[in-house]
Write a protein that binds this ligand. Structure first.
Ligand code: NAD
Ligand code: 6OD
Length: 484
């Protein structure tokens, strides 16, 4: 039985209190996770502060960024260990984790190491009132001790997306991984030690949110900033905690994203794109498309084509060849998704495909598998059209005009992402300007350039990370004015 220990001040730390880690593919216990309490949070914060005042705080940018490249190289060297850990925790298809989750885990360190070395700060020269000269320039200093609170859907990718820039900017981090996926954050502790990252710079505390490590960490006065990815209502709780001490937050929250397919789109590419955006990672991607709007002339054909693609997805565990759809993360999440499947039926949906549990055999019958599901015929007011389900499902509705598509897409409190399919450049530009989101993909989805701003509008988040934008959160910008 694996033991998932906390990683505090360079050491793996057991606690008296453990909880089970279960595999989503069969609900079997795969490990015991050691829950951190207030004492472990205090110890981690003290170690993080000590590291800021020690070797790490004094380290040159060149040395620091060399170390972060070494972290990335070591993740790649131990690729199979990270892959096995992520697959056990999430049950996602091997092909997905080996192409996205683990490579991005390494890339997130390299990109931000390179950015901090190469991005200049502003400087100005001016004439002073006495006729002299002054020069001002900006310098960036680390924010301090950063709490990194993470979800379970892309554990290594989303955690390193925060840890990479935070460390590149010279901060120390305390990571609280999701209670569902403790493995890769813990493994990264081994990598940090083996490449020589000083003690206290990267730490991991396991546990839950309220009344546990998540709440203790985000309320701790020794934490200088909180970066969080997860549900919008958790973001509200963390924001309340951050208000004490007026500490900054960076939030990547939920979404109810629209996909829009115009009649002039490359039909096959659009069907393939929406298949990914609705079903990839079993629909557990914040950027996923749970509301699809298709222009009326191609509506029936599109629904039939997406149905065929959904039904062709092979459902199964990570290592079965050809699997395109893994399980949901937990029994609790499966119950939530199935409750939305039931609500859709109760609200009068036409179930185009799916709507329940697939027949699974042997141990996998205990896994958290659900069918990919497509609905039509629901009013825009129904729960599955309004609320984030976070499962492999979408509702498809027809639209007639560009204005109507914009109105439908914007009728949500969220504002994370959209994917628009059209061959008309004018339509593409107008849609990108009119849809109120942080991320607009045209003829693509989840296509990433890590130098660009990433984040959501409205209830989908606060702030932007990615490229130089990450520096805005992870550093304080100080202006220095020199009277010559
Ligand atoms: P969640 O909000 O339930 O949990 C996320 C993390 O917060 C976990 O580590 C949890 O233990 C912790 N937590 C919970 N309550 C807390 C509290 N009161 N104080 C401190 N920490 C607390 O989210 P989840 O279910 O793990 O992830 C799914 C959600 O994440 C979806 O809503 C999805 O849209 C969102 N998400 C958003 C993005 C994005 O980039 N916008 C990316 C991935 C996931
Ligand atoms: O690609 C990224 O950097 C990122 N933050 C993706 C988020 C995916 C949400 O589930």
């Amino acid at each position: 039985m694996k033991q998932f220990l906390n990683f505090i001040n360079g050491e793996f730390v057991a606690t008296g209190k453990t909880f089970e880690n279960r595999a989503p593919i069969n609900n079997q216990v795969i490990g015991q996770v050691h829950e951190a309490g207030a004492a472990e949070v205090d110890a981690a914060v003290a170690a993080a502060r000590a590291a800021l005042g020690g070797e790490w705080g004094r380290m040159s940018v060149v040395k620091r960024t060399e170390l972060l490249h070494a972290v990335a190289d070591e993740i790649n060297r131990r690729f199979d260990d990270f892959l096995a850990a992520e697959l056990a925790d999430t049950g996602k298809p091997r092909s997905l984790a080996s192409h996205i989750d683990i490579p991005r885990g390494a890339a997130n360190f390299k990109i931000f190491a390179d950015i901090v070395k190469n991005v200049p700060t502003e400087s100005f020269q001016m004439t002073t009132p006495d006729g002299g000269t002054a020069i001002s320039y900006a310098m960036r200093t680390p924010l301090g001790v950063i709490a990194v609170v993470c979800p379970w859907n892309l554990p290594l990718l989303l955690m390193t997306w925060k840890v990479g820039p935070a460390l590149a900017c010279g901060n120390t981090v305390i990571v609280k991984p999701s209670e569902e996926t403790p493995a890769t954050a813990t493994l990264l502790g081994e990598v940090m030690n083996s490449v020589g990252i000083p003690k206290g710079v990267y730490q991991v505390l396991h546990g839950f949110g309220p009344g546990s490590a998540g709440e203790f960490l985000t309320r701790h006065p020794g934490v200088d900033g909180i970066t969080f990815t997860g549900e919008t209502r958790t973001g509200e709780a963390i924001m309340a905690a951050a208000a004490k001490g007026v500490r900054p937050v960076s939030f990547e929250l939920g979404g109810k994203n629209a996909g829009i397919v115009f009649a002039d789109a490359d039909f096959d590419a659009a069907v393939a794109g929406i298949t990914r955006s609705a079903f990839e990672n079993c629909g557990q991607v914040c950027l996923g498309t749970e509301r699809v709007y298709v222009q009326r002339p191609i509506f029936e054909r599109f629904v039939a084509a997406l149905k065929a693609r959904a039904e062709a997805l092979k459902i199964g565990p990570s290592d079965e060849p050809g699997v395109g759809l893994g399980p949901l993360i937990s029994a609790e999440h499966k119950a939530k998704v199935l409750s939305y499947y039931a609500k859709a039926r109760a609200e009068g949906a036409t179930v185009v495909t799916g709507g329940g549990e697939p027949p699974m055999h042997g141990a996998y019958a205990q896994g958290h598998f659900v069918q990919p599901t497509i609905w039509t015929g629901l009013p825009e007011t129904s729960s599955v059209v309004r609320e984030e389900v976070f499962g492999p499902c979408c509702h498809i509705a027809p639209f007639d005009t560009e204005e109507e598509a914009v109105r439908l897409a914007n009728a949500t409190d969220y504002g994370l992402a959209t994917t628009v399919w059209t061959r008309d450049l004018g339509t593409a530009h107008r849609m990108a300007a009119a849809i109120e989101v942080g991320l607009c993909w045209i003829n693509s989805w989840f296509l990433r350039d890590l130098r660009t701003a990433f984040g959501g509008a409205g209830a989908s988040g606060i702030g932007r990370e990615g490229g130089v934008h990450s520096l805005e959160f992870y550093t304080e910008l100080r202006n220095v004015m020199i009277k010559i």
